[in-house]
Write a protein that binds this ligand. Structure first.
Ligand code: AMP
Length: 392
C-alpha cells in the first residue's frame, strides 16, 4: 500500500483546504477516512475515499520515539488536521477516556501519551508501585476509537509511549529536591498544597508537559479538573512560555457516590474505598456553605474539617480488623488563578475547594476480604476538589 510521496502531495493539494480551523472541523468526515502509507508511517487521508474495508480501529499507531512522531505531526499539519493531546500516566479509566472523547469532539486527531514520569515522584513516593496496565489501556483506547469512528468524531491516531531515555536524553532523571538536570519550576504555585507535601511533583509535571508539548506541538491539550492545581500549573506554563496551544479543562469523572476516579483507586479495596469517600463528602459540605451565601473562609470550611474529624474519630474507635485509618493532609479554599489561600471568596472569581487525604495501609487484613491491589498495604493518596463558581 506504499503511496508515492508525490501522490500524497497531489492528494494534499486537492484536499478541501480551509484556513479557518472551525470550518475545517465542521467539514471533517472521519468515518470515511482511509489509512495511507507514506514513507513507512501510516497516516490518514482527509478526502472521502469511500472504502469501508479498513477496520475502524486500525488507525491508532503506537510511537516510542520522537522523530517518527514528529514526521507524522508534520504530515497531519500539511493535511490541515488538528491534534488534541491527552497526556496520561496510563492505568486508564473512564476519567481519562472522557478527556479523549472531548479531544475527539474538537479535533480530527487525538494523541494519547502514556508515560509514568519519574521526576514527579519523590524519592519515597509510589513510583515503583504505580499501576501499569498497558494491554488493558490499549484495549480501552481501541474500544473507544471504534465508538468514535461510528459517531463520526475525531480519531485516536497516535499513542506516544516513550522510554525514560527518550524523555530525559542528556541526564538520568533526578527526583531529589536539589534536582540535577533541566527543569521547569513555578514558584510559589508549585510549592503550595500538593507541592507542599510533594516538593518535586509540579517541577516534574511542568517539565514533562513542556517536553510532551514540544514533541507533539498539539493544537489543544486536555487535562482533568480532578487535578485542580495541575490545571493551574499547565495554564501558567502555556502562558509564561508562550506555548502555542489551547488548554482545555474537562470535568472530573466520579463514581456514583462521588469518589473521583483515579488510577490509584485500584489499591483501595472495599474497606478503604468506603471510608475514602470522606474527602468528597467534606468538600461537598463546604460547597453547601458557599451555595447558601457564605463567603468567609471559616464559615465555608468548618463543616468540612468537622466531617473529617468525625469520620476519623469513628474509625479510631473501631477494631483494627474493621477500620481504615486515614490522615487529612489539607483542606483548602484557594484563589482559582494562584491556588493561594483566601480569607474571603471574591465573588467575581469564585474559588477552588480542594483537599487531600492519605489512606493508611490496613492494619489487619481479613481472610477473603477485598483488599485491592497490593493486599491493602499500599498507602493511597486521594485528592479531590470542587470549583466554587463566580456569582457576579
Ligand atoms: P494521570 O494519568 O493520573 O496523570 O491523569 C491524566 C489526565 O487525566 C490528567 O489530566 C488528569 O487530571 C485526568 N484525570 C484523572 N482522573 C480523572 C477524573 N476522575 N476525571 C477527569 N479527568 C481525570
Amino acid at each position: 500500500m506504499a503511496a508515492h510521496p508525490s501522490l500524497l502531495m497531489a492528494h494534499l493539494r486537492t484536499a478541501a483546504v480551509s484556513t479557518a480551523r472551525a470550518r475545517l472541523l465542521r467539514s471533517f468526515t472521519p468515518v470515511v477516512r482511509a489509512p495511507i502509507s507514506y514513507n513507512g508511517i501510516r497516516c490518514l487521508s482527509t478526502t472521502a475515499s469511500r472504502r469501508s474495508a479498513f477496520a475502524v480501529n486500525d488507525l491508532t499507531q503506537v510511537f516510542h520515539d520522537v522523530a517518527p512522531l514528529r514526521k507524522f505531526r508534520r504530515d497531519l499539519l500539511l493535511n490541515q488536521r488538528t491534534v488534541g493531546l491527552v497526556p496520561t500516566m496510563g492505568a486508564l479509566h473512564s476519567g481519562h477516556l472522557s478527556l479523549v472523547r472531548r479531544a475527539a469532539e474538537e479535533n480530527t486527531d487525538v494523541w494519547v501519551t502514556i508515560y509514568v514520569n519519574p521526576t514527579q515522584f519523590g524519592l519515597n513516593e509510589d513510583l515503583a508501585s504505580y499501576p501499569k496496565t498497558w494491554e488493558t489501556d490499549m484495549e480501552m483506547l481501541r474500544d473507544l476509537d471504534r465508538q468514535l469512528a461510528r459517531e463520526g468524531k475525531g480519531r485516536i491516531s497516535a499513542v506516544f509511549a516513550p522510554s525514560t531515555n527518550t524523555m530525559y536524553p542528556t541526564s538520568p532523571p533526578d527526583s531529589s529536591i536539589p534536582g540535577v538536570g533541566s527543569f521547569i519550576e513555578m514558584r510559589p504555585l508549585g510549592q503550595l498544597l500538593e507541592g507542599a507535601s510533594r516538593p518535586v511533583f509540579f517541577r516534574g509535571v511542568a517539565t514533562v508537559c513542556m517536553k510532551l508539548f514540544n514533541i507533539c506541538t498539539p493544537d489543544s491539550v486536555y487535562f482533568g479538573q480532578k487535578d485542580a492545581q495541575q490545571t493551574v500549573v499547565i495554564k501558567k506554563l502555556v502562558k509564561d512560555f508562550h506555548l502555542d496551544t489551547k488548554v482545555v479543562i474537562c470535568e472530573t469523572s466520579r463514581e456514583p457516590d462521588g469518589l473521583a476516579l483515579s488510577s490509584r483507586n485500584v489499591y483501595l479495596g472495599e474497606r478503604r474505598r468506603k471510608v475514602g469517600i470522606v474527602l468528597n463528602q467534606a468538600l461537598r459540605k463546604a460547597e453547601a456553605q458557599y451555595n447558601s451565601g457564605k463567603r468567609l473562609r471559616g464559615d465555608i470550611l468548618w463543616p468540612a474539617v468537622d466531617h473529617g474529624d468525625r469520620v476519623q474519630h469513628e474509625q479510631d474507635n473501631l477494631q483494627p480488623s474493621k477500620r481504615a485509618l486515614f490522615q487529612v493532609d489539607y483542606i483548602s479554599l484557594a484563589d482559582p488563578d494562584t491556588m493561594e489561600e483566601v480569607e474571603k471568596v471574591d465573588e467575581t472569581k469564585g474559588a477552588i475547594l480542594s483537599g487531600a487525604v492519605k489512606m493508611m495501609p490496613l492494619e489487619e487484613p481479613q481472610e477473603g476480604e477485598d483488599l485491592g491491589l497490593g493486599g491493602g498495604q499500599v498507602a493511597v493518596r486521594l485528592i479531590d476538589n470542587i470549583v466554587l463558581k463566580p456569582t457576579q
